[in-house]
Design a protein around this ligand. Structure first.
Ligand code: PMP
Length: 409
C-alpha cells in the first residue's frame, strides 16, 4: 500500500491547523476524511443529474434511478448478500432503531430477553432499552472479560431459552474488541435467537461477509468508510425484512392505499425507504466502497494492525500513559495521560495539530468498568502514518499535570 500516494487523494490533508501544524487526524472512529472520488461523486449528482430518485419518467430521472439502484449492487457485493437485502438508511443509528422499533417491538413478549453488554455504543443500547421497556421484556448483559471484550465463553454463560435477540458491536468503539460473529450466531441460533450486529466500526476496516457470518441484521455507516454523512446500510435476511415493519411511512414505500384505511406496502427493501433519500450521499457511498475496494480491505486491515502495534509499543515506553485496551485488535487505542483530565489532554493535542477524541465516546456504561470518568481515544485509518504516530508519541510525552498550571493559575 502506497500511503503517501493515498494521502494525495484526500484534500483534507492539504489543510493546516490554526498554528500551522500539519493535520494529524486520529479520530477515525468518529468519522473519516473523504477522498476526491467521493467528493466528485457528490458534486456530480448536483451538477449532472440533480433530480429526485424513483419519481420521474424523464431522461435525468432514469439516469439517477439507474445510478442510485446500482449502489445497492455495489453494497451487496461489498458485504456478500442479495441486493434485495440492502436497505438504505441515514446511518447505523437509524438502522438499529429501525430493527428495535420495527422488529423487536413486534415480536418481543413479556419476559423475553434481549442481550447486550456494557461496551456498546448508545445507538446499540438505547433502542433495545426502549424496546424492552415498551414490551415488558428484559435487557440482560454479557459479562465482559478482563480486556473489556465479549468472549465466546462469557457469551455462552449469558445465553438461555428466553433470549430472543442478541445485539452486539462487531468491533466496539472504545475497547476496540472484535467479536467472533460467526460463532456467536451459531450459538444464538441454536437457542432460536436472532443476532443483530452493529458493524459501524468493522465494515470500514475488515472484510464482512453476510453469507459467511450468518448474522440476521447488520448495520453500518458510510461516513466511517470514507463516504458522506447521511448515508448508511441496514442489511437483513430477506424473510426478516419481510416480517419487520417500517419505522417511517410515506412516499415511495407503498404500492397502494385507499380512504378506508387499506395500505399495501412495497416489498423490502423499498418498504423501508419512505421519502426522498440522501441521494448524493448514497452515490458517494458507492464511490467510497469502490475506493476502499481498489485499495483492498485486507490491505487496510493489515496496515492498520501493524500501525496499531507500533503505536502501542511506543506508548508503553512512556510512563505517563495508561492504556485501557492494549490487547484489542482494531485501530482503536483508548488511553489516558496519568492525572490529567482527558479533555485537557485533548486540548493540548489539538494545540499541536493532533485531533483525537476525549470523553465517554457514547459508551457511558463502560466508564464504570474502566473505573475512570473519561478517556482519550486515538483511532487509526489506512491514511495514517508511522511518522504521525512518532509525532503523537512526542506530544504524549510532553503532557503532565503541570502542563496545565499556567492555564489554570
Ligand atoms: N455504533 C458504533 C459502534 C459506533 O461507533 C457508532 C458511531 N460512533 C454508531 C453505532 C453510530 O453511528 P452513526 O452515528 O453513524 O449512526
Amino acid at each position: 500500500m502506497n500511503v503517501e500516494a493515498i494521502r494525495k487523494d484526500f484534500p483534507m490533508f492539504e489543510n493546516k491547523s490554526k498554528k500551522g501544524f500539519d493535520l494529524v487526524y486520529f479520530d477515525n472512529a468518529a468519522t473519516t476524511f473523504k477522498p476526491n472520488a467521493v467528493i466528485q461523486a457528490v458534486t456530480d449528482y448536483y451538477t449532472k443529474y440533480s433530480v429526485n430518485a424513483h419519481r420521474g419518467d424523464y431522461e435525468l430521472s432514469y439516469q439517477v434511478d439507474t445510478l442510485y439502484e446500482s449502489v445497492r449492487d455495489t453494497v451487496a457485493s461489498f458485504i456478500n448478500c442479495d441486493r434485495k437485502e440492502v436497505v438504505f438508511t441515514s446511518g447505523t443509528s437509524l438502522a438499529l432503531n429501525q430493527i428495535a422499533y420495527g422488529y423487536a417491538q413486534k415480536i418481543l413478549k413479556e419476559g423475553d430477553v434481549v442481550i447486550s453488554d456494557e461496551a456498546e455504543h448508545a445507538s446499540n443500547y438505547l433502542p433495545w432499552m426502549h424496546a424492552c421497556e415498551t414490551n415488558k421484556a428484559k435487557l440482560e448483559f454479557i459479562e465482559l472479560d478482563e480486556h473489556g471484550c465479549v468472549s465466546i465463553e462469557k457469551f455462552k454463560q449469558a445465553m438461555h431459552d428466553r433470549v430472543k435477540i442478541v445485539s452486539l458491536a462487531h468491533v466496539t468503539n472504545v475497547m476496540g474488541c472484535t467479536i467472533d460473529v460467526k460463532e456467536i450466531c451459531k450459538i444464538a441460533h441454536s437457542y432460536g435467537a436472532i443476532v443483530v450486529i452493529d458493524g459501524a466500526q468493522s465494515a470500514p476496516h475488515m472484510k464482512v461477509d453476510m453469507r459467511d457470518l450468518d448474522c440476521d441484521f447488520f448495520a453500518f455507516s458510510a461516513h466511517k468508510l470514507c463516504g458522506p454523512t447521511g448515508s448508511g446500510v441496514l442489511y437483513g435476511k430477506y424473510e426478516l425484512l419481510e416480517e419487520m415493519d417500517p419505522l417511517m411511512l410515506g412516499g415511495g414505500s407503498n404500492a397502494r392505499y385507499d380512504m378506508c384505511g387499506n395500505l399495501l406496502m412495497k416489498n423490502p427493501p423499498y418498504k423501508f425507504e419512505s421519502g426522498t433519500p440522501a441521494i448524493e450521499a448514497t452515490l458517494g457511498l458507492k464511490a467510497a466502497i469502490e475506493y476502499i475496494t481498489s485499495i483492498g480491505i485486507e490491505n487496510i486491515q493489515s496496515y492498520e494492525s501493524d500501525l496499531r502495534a507500533y503505536m502501542i509499543s511506543e506508548m508503553k515506553k512512556l510512563d505517563n500513559v495508561i492504556i485501557y485496551n492494549e490487547k484489542s485488535d482494531s485501530g482503536i487505542v483508548t488511553f489516558n495521560i496519568k492525572d490529567v483530565f482527558s479533555q485537557d489532554a485533548a486540548t493540548y493535542f489539538s494545540d499541536k495539530g493532533i485531533s483525537l477524541r476525549s470523553g465517554q465516546h457514547c459508551a457511558k456504561l463502560l466508564m464504570d468498568f474502566l473505573d475512570t470518568p473519561s478517556t482519550l481515544r486515538a483511532s487509526l485509518y489506512f491514511y495514517n502514518t508511522k511518522e504521525e504516530v512518532d509525532y503523537f508519541i512526542e506530544v504524549c510525552s510532553q503532557i503532565t499535570p503541570e502542563t496545565f498550571l499556567d492555564v489554570f493559575f
